[in-house]
Design a protein around this ligand. Structure first.
Ligand code: AMP
Length: 250
C-alpha cells in the first residue's frame, strides 16, 4: 500500500508573525519557513506504518513555490521515498479547495491506500483540505486522529473529540488527518539528510491536474491582535478583593 502525505511550507511555529504595514497580510520577507507541524506528524505516522509493514511506499507532496522543495526534502530526510512538487508562482496562495482538487488528481494517478494530512495548516488555520479531499474522492475520512491502525482492508482511527476519543473504522482507501497527540515526529539524521538529496522529486503544475488555482476569496484586512494592557500589583488579598468589587467582578 502506498501512503500519500501532503506537506505544506508555512511560517515556522516559533516565529512571531508580523502584519504588513498596509494590513494586506503577514510579512513573510526573511522569515523562517518550515513544514507545517501537523504534517510532520503525518509523515511520521506514514513512516511508522511502513516500518510496521502496513505500507510499502511513502510519497510526500507539496503545492507551493519552488522553495517548497526544501519542505519536501525534509520529508524525504525523515524517510519518505519520493516527492512531488506542484509548483505555483512565488506569492500565490493556493486555497484549500484548489489544494484538495490537485490532491485528488494526484490520488487518481498514484492510487494511495491512505492519504494522511495535517488537521490544519498553522498559517491559514482552515482545517478544510482533508475533509474536501475525502468528499472529492468519495472516500471515508478519519479526522483529528489520535491513533491509527491499519488491519487488512480497513483502518481504525481513534479521533480526538470534545471530552474523549471516538473510534471509527474506515474501509481503504481512506483519508486521515492528524491531531497533535498522534505521535512525536523524528528528527532527520545527517546521513539521511544527505541521502534525501538523491531521492526522486517530480515537479508538476496545477494545469497538469486541470486545476485553476485563482483565488475565490479576497482578504479584506489582516490585523495584529490587541496588545494586552499591563497588570496592576496589589499589596494584599484585601486590596485585591476591593479592586475586584470595584470592577464589579466579585
Ligand atoms: P488546511 O485545510 O489549509 O488547514 O490544511 C490542512 C492540511 O492540508 C495540511 O496540514 C496539509 O497536510 C494539507 N495542505 C494544505 N495546503 C497544502 C499545500 N499547499 N501543499 C500540501 N499540503 C497542503
Amino acid at each position: 500500500m502506498k501512503i500519500l502525505v501532503p506537506v505544506k511550507r508555512v511560517i515556522d511555529y516559533n516565529v512571531k508573525p508580523r502584519v504588513k504595514a498596509d494590513g494586506s497580510g503577514v510579512d513573510l520577507a526573511n522569515v523562517k519557513m518550515s513544514m507545517n507541524p501537523f504534517d510532520e506528524i503525518a509523515v511520521e505516522e506514514a513512516l511508522r506504518l511502513k516500518e510496521k509493514g502496513a505500507a510499502t511506499e511513502v510519497v510526500v507532496v507539496s503545492i507551493g513555490p519552488a522553495k517548497a522543495t526544501e519542505t519536501l526534502r525534509t520529508g524525504l530526510a525523515m524517510g519518505a521515498d519520493r516527492a512531488i512538487l506542484v509548483q505555483v508562482d512565488d506569492g500565490t496562495e493556493v486555497e484549500p479547495l484548489a489544494v484538495a482538487k490537485i490532491l485528488k488528481g494526484i490520488a487518481d494517478a498514484e492510487s494511495p491506500g491512505l492519504v494522511i494530512l495535517g488537521k490544519q495548516a498553522i498559517d491559514d488555520d482552515s482545517n478544510q483540505t482533508g475533509q474536501m479531499l475525502a468528499a472529492l474522492m468519495g472516500r471515508p475520512q478519519g479526522t483529528f486522529a489520535n491513533t491509527v491502525a491499519v488491519e487488512g482492508d480497513h483502518v481504525t482511527v481513534k479521533r480526538e473529540i470534545d471530552g474523549g476519543l471516538e473510534t471509527v473504522k474506515l474501509s481503504l482507501p481512506a483519508i486521515v488527518t492528524t491531531d497533535l497527540r498522534l505521535n512525536e515526529p523524528r528528527y532527520a539524521s545527517l546521513p539521511n539528510i544527505m541521502k534525501a538529496k538523491s531521492k526522486p522529486l517530480d515537479t508538476k503544475s496545477p494545469a497538469d491536474y486541470g486545476v485553476d488555482v485563482s483565488p475565490r476569496l479576497k482578504t479584506l484586512k489582516v490585523a495584529e491582535p490587541p496588545v494586552r494592557s499591563a497588570g496592576v500589583k496589589v499589596a494584599d488579598v484585601d486590596e485585591l478583593v476591593a479592586k475586584l468589587k470595584a470592577l464589579g467582578i466579585a
